[in-house]
Design a protein around this ligand. Structure first.
Ligand SMILES: *Cc1c(COP(=O)(O)O)cnc(C)c1O
Length: 398
C-alpha cells in the first residue's frame, strides 16, 4: 500500500519526485505533546462536554494571570473573537474601521459583517505592521476603531497608535493571532487595546485545532461579552444565580468552544514555555545564519520594532522581486523544503477592490509580492534550519 502523505511533493522536476520524501522539511507541523488525550478522556468521562467547563476556566485563568489580560473568554476561533469585538464595539453602517491591508481576511470580515466602512492602511516599510502615519491620514470623525495586527508576533507601534486614538475615543482592537507570549515594552500583546484576540488554529504556536480567545480589557464591555458569546442570552448570569430566568437580552451568537477543544488547549498550555523557548531558538538561528546574506543586499530580514520581543511565530525573508520569490520557492521545493508566501493585500482583493478609493499601499503590496515564510514549528531541528539557510545561500551563489 502506498502511504499517503499530507504534503505531496510539488516539485515539477521528475527526478526530485522520485526522491525519498523522508527528508522533506515541512512548512508547518502542529505539535502534540501527548497530554491532550488524557484531558479529552477526562472530559468524556465527566459527561460535561459543552462549553465553559473546568478546562475552559483553566485556560481563561491562565491567560488572565500570565499576561494581564482583562476578562478572557475562549472562543471557537480568532475569527469569532474578532466578530465578538465588532459586536462589542456596536459597529454600525457608516462607522469607519482602520486596519492593515496586509492581514488575514478575518480581520476585515468581522467589521464588514456589521456594515463598517473599511479604511485600509499601509504597512511600515521595514515590517508588515500597520504604519501609524498611514492610520493618521485615514482618521476621521467617523473612525470607531483601529485594528493592530501584530504581524509575526512583533508588536505594532502601540505607543503612537494609542496617542492617535486615545484623545478621540477610538478603540484599539489587537489582532494578536500571531502574538502569544510576546510583549511591547513589557506589556503582553493582547492586553493593551480595549480588546485583544488570539488564535489557536493549527498554524499558530499552540493549537486546539480550531480555537481562539477574546481578552476584554475594557471593563465596561465585560458583561456584554459574556452575553454576546452565549447567543445573546444572560445564561451565565442565570447560572451564577443572579437572575431567575435566562432570556434573549442582546445580539449574539454561539462563540464558545466545546470542553473537548478546551481540554486540548489546556494540555498545550502545559508545554507552552518549552514550545516558546524552542521557537525563539529557531528564530534566532535563522536570523544569525542569514545575517551576512542580508548584508549583501539580496534579501532583507524582519526589522524588529522598538520595544518588541520575538515570539518565534514565523520567520520570513523579503526577496528583491516577485519573480525572485517564485524562483526561490521552486528552488527550495527542489531540495524538499516547503516555503510559502503570505497575505494578498485586501484593498485589491476581488471582493473589496471595487470599494477601494484607489489610494496606493506600496508597502502592503511589497510584502504581498516579496515576503517569503520559512519552515517554523516546534519539531524543526537546528540542522533543518541550517539546511534551509544553506539552500537559500546557494540560490544566490549560482
Ligand atoms: C490565523 C489568523 C486569524 C484567524 O484565526 P482563526 O482562529 O483561524 O479564526 C486572524 N487574524 C490573523 C492575523 C491570523 O493570522
Amino acid at each position: 500500500m502506498v502511504e499517503e502523505t499530507t504534503y505531496p511533493p510539488y516539485s515539477q522536476n521528475a527526478i526530485f519526485m522520485r526522491m525519498s520524501q523522508e527528508d522533506r522539511i515541512f512548512f508547518n507541523r502542529p505539535y502534540v505533546n501527548g497530554r491532550e488525550t488524557r484531558n479529552i478522556e477526562q472530559v468524556l468521562a465527566s459527561r460535561k462536554l459543552s462549553g465553559d467547563g473546568v478546562f475552559t476556566v483553566q485556560c481563561q485563568e491562565f491567560f488572565e494571570n500570565s499576561y494581564g489580560f482583562g476578562k478572557t473568554l475562549l472562543t471557537t476561533s480568532c475569527t469569532d473573537a474578532l466578530e465578538m469585538a465588532s459586536l462589542l464595539l456596536e459597529i454600525q453602517p457608516g462607522d469607519e474601521v482602520i486596519l492593515p491591508s496586509y492581514t488575514f481576511v478575518s480581520t476585515a470580515n468581522a467589521f464588514a459583517l456589521r456594515g463598517a466602512t473599511l479604511k485600509f492602511a499601509d504597512s511600515c516599510s521595514g515590517n508588515p505592521n500597520i504604519d501609524p502615519a498611514s492610520v493618521e491620514q485615514l482618521m476621521s470623525k467617523k473612525t470607531r476603531a483601529v485594528v493592530a495586527v501584530h504581524y509575526g508576533g512583533f508588536a505594532c507601534n502601540m505607543g503612537e497608535l494609542l496617542q492617535l486614538t486615545d484623545s478621540n475615543g477610538i478603540h484599539i482592537v489587537e489582532d494578536a493571532a500571531h502574538a502569544i507570549d510576546s510583549y511591547y515594552h513589557g506589556r503582553a500583546l493582547g492586553s493593551i487595546g480595549s480588546l485583544g484576540t488570539m488564535s489557536f488554529h493549527e498554524t499558530k504556536n499552540i493549537t486546539a485545532g480550531e480555537c481562539g480567545l477574546i481578552a476584554v480589557n475594557d471593563a465596561s464591555m465585560q458583561r456584554r461579552a459574556e452575553i454576546i458569546r452565549e447567543k445573546g442570552t444572560n445564561r451565565k448570569a442565570f447560572f451564577r444565580g443572579e437572575t431567575d430566568r435566562y432570556s434573549w437580552v442582546d445580539l449574539g451568537s454561539s462563540f464558545l468552544p466545546s470542553e473537548i477543544t478546551a481540554a486540548v488547549l489546556a494540555a498545550q498550555l502545559e508545554t507552552l514555555s518549552e514550545i516558546q523557548t524552542k521557537r525563539v531558538l529557531l528564530w534566532n538561528r535563522y536570523h544569525a545564519n542569514l545575517k551576512s546574506l542580508a548584508e549583501t543586499g539580496v534579501i532583507s530580514l524582519p526589522e524588529i520594532p522598538d520595544g518588541a520581543t520575538v515570539n518565534g511565530h514565523l520567520f520570513y525573508i523579503v526577496c528583491r522581486s516577485l519573480d525572485e520569490r517564485s524562483e526561490m520557492i521552486s528552488h527550495l521545493n527542489k531540495y524538499h523544503i516547503d516555503a510559502v508566501f503570505h497575505y494578498l493585500s485586501l484593498h485589491s482583493s476581488p471582493y473589496f477592490r471595487k470599494q477601494h478609493n484607489g489610494h496606493l499601499l506600496p508597502n502592503s503590496d511589497k510584502f504581498m509580492e516579496r515576503l517569503l515564510r520559512l519552515p517554523m514549528y516546534y519539531e524543526l531541528s537546528m540542522a533543518d534550519v541550517d539546511r534551509v539557510c544553506e539552500c537559500i545561500s546557494r540560490y544566490y551563489k549560482r
